[in-house]
Design a binder for this molecule. Structure first.
Ligand SMILES: *Cc1c(COP(=O)(O)O)cnc(C)c1O
Length: 462
């Protein structure tokens, strides 16, 4: 295979402080085996998230110097507004300090009363929480193929259309404030949604008057997969594909900390003027004036530039190829992961890696912690029973998610192939220890179930 070369050179470097196996063993134990309590300086290869971890370009840094910090209507706002209009085809644009702030506003303005349901291909964690806070039950409608980590299909991020139709019939359209489509789907291994699936889901929802929300954190990566995997899109540009995606939605929100290549920022856009006005009024309460939404002028400029860079084909081609390469390194070594490689990371299958550790003893977390101890690479359990178990409203019992995965998310433009090869070796070393590695018992989790994702205290079983 021909190697895909990065379309950039490295101009500024951030030194990594390496630590020893003994130090890591002590540090992670001191943190009660919780990744969220470990100091970042102690993680040499940090693959916990692709959120806010991108390297900015020289143009973005130069743009930061052009920040107009006037309170109202600074020039950077207009650069951002235009960048968003061009890429989405939506006329009305708002900024927010990050994705969940944008979601808060979108969900609060679309959900008028409690008691309903929101269907999705699979809600992102923060969307799930906003829905619940507003009295709505989030329902994930993944197709059966998405539940099998080992089958290789092109669009495992899709929503199951039959389940969607059935759900609307059973629950009633008036009890469904929106359909939530997440591109790509973080919950199922960072897999893409096909254009035909999005279009069909959108038709089903809109026919019943249900608005379609497009959760867009990694939409450019999704567009890249459509171009390469869906017949009829080979010759379309990433921008053309994004425009078509948004033609099937009524509103988009975005954590710009992912595909828009900035360290902080969020966006909302729509063509619905009345909705935009309602959201604008709320934005002023929670984020700031409608021409900055919680961001400084320099951040708006970096975001405008980063959004455009994130849509460039050469950048995306290298990005997706690098994630796949990391998957290839793991595959060569026999480490099982959610197939095929996702857009923003590789999700190692905890139960297959450590078949001797059951779900209740937190197999995914055991792999995650052991790989850190062996090599200094850190991922995050996502989704797994540790962070993602929830009380089932019907049975009242704690139900675990359908997967036991460790997500190794690749920050954009940050790590070299050789660092990723080293990380794959570390995961393989952890796997090879086999039954020497024991599972965990939960000592403490916060009462708020959502916070389990980042805060818990564990004890190693003996
Ligand atoms: C990260 C993310 C969010 C939340 O955004 P934050 O910037 O972390 O607040 C929402 N949806 C998706 C799909 C995301 O990846």
């Amino acid at each position: 295979m021909k190697k895909v070369m990065p379309p950039y050179r490295i101009k500024v470097v951030e030194p990594i402080k390496w630590n020893t196996r003994e130090e890591r063993e002590r540090l992670i134990e001191q943190a009660d085996f919780c990744t969220g309590f470990l100091k970042a300086e102690h993680i040499p290869i940090n693959l916990e998230t692709d959120s806010g971890t991108s390297a900015m370009s020289q143009d973005q840094w130069a743009g930061m110097m052009q920040g107009d910090e006037s309170y109202f209507c600074g020039k950077n706002w207009y650069h951002l507004e235009k960048a968003v209009q061009d890429f989405t085809g939506y006329q009305y644009v708002l900024a927010a300090h990050q994705g969940r702030a944008a979601e808060n506003i979108v969900c609060s303005c679309l959900i008028n009363e409690p008691g309903g349901y929101s269907p999705a291909n699979a809600h992102f964690g923060t969307t799930e929480v906003h829905a619940r806070r507003l009295g709505i039950e989030p329902i994930n409608l993944y197709p059966d193929e998405a539940l099998d980590t080992q089958i290789n299909r092109p669009f495992k991020g899709n929503i199951d259309l039959d389940k969607l139709e059935d759900m609307i019939k059973r629950r009633g359209a008036k009890n469904i404030p929106f359909l939530n489509m997440v591109l790509t789907n973080n919950f199922t291994g960072g897999q893409p949604v096909s254009m035909s699936n999005l279009k069909a889901a959108s038709e089903i929802a809109r026919k019943k008057g249900i608005p379609v929300v497009i959760d867009s954190a990694r939409v450019a990566e999704n567009a890249y997969f459509i171009k390469h995997r869906e017949p009829g899109y080979e010759n379309k540009s990433i921008r053309e594909i994004c425009r078509e995606i948004y033609s099937y939605g009524d509103i988009m929100h975005m954590s710009s900390k992912k595909g828009a290549l900035v360290n902080m920022g969020g966006l909302i856009a729509t063509n619905d003027k009345a909705l935009y006005e309602r959201m604008g009024a709320m934005l002023i309460q929670f984020e700031g004036y409608i021409t900055y939404g919680g961001l400084s002028g320099r951040d708006l400029e970096a975001l405008a530039i980063g959004l455009n860079e994130g849509l460039e084909y050469d950048y995306l081609h290298h990005r997706i190829s690098q994630v796949k390469l990391f998957g290839d390194f793991l595959k060569e070594k026999g480490v099982p992961f959610y197939e095929p490689a996702g857009g923003h990371g590789i999700y190692v299958d905890g139960l297959m890696t450590y078949p001797h550790i059951p779900k209740e003893e937190l197999a995914a977390q055991a792999v995650c912690i052991q790989a850190y101890i062996e090599s200094g690479v850190m991922g995050i359990e996502n989704p797994s029973s540790l962070g993602w178990s929830r009380t089932d409203p019907e049975t009242g019992k704690l139900a675990s998610p359908p997967f036991e995965l460790i997500r190794y998310a690749i920050p954009r433009r940050v790590y070299t192939d050789s660092q990723l090869e080293y990380a794959a070796d570390g995961i393989k070393d952890a796997m090879d220890l086999g039954e020497k590695v024991k599972g965990f018992r939960i000592k403490w989790v916060p009462e708020n179930e959502f916070l389990r994702i980042f805060q818990y205290r564990l004890e190693r079983l003996t």
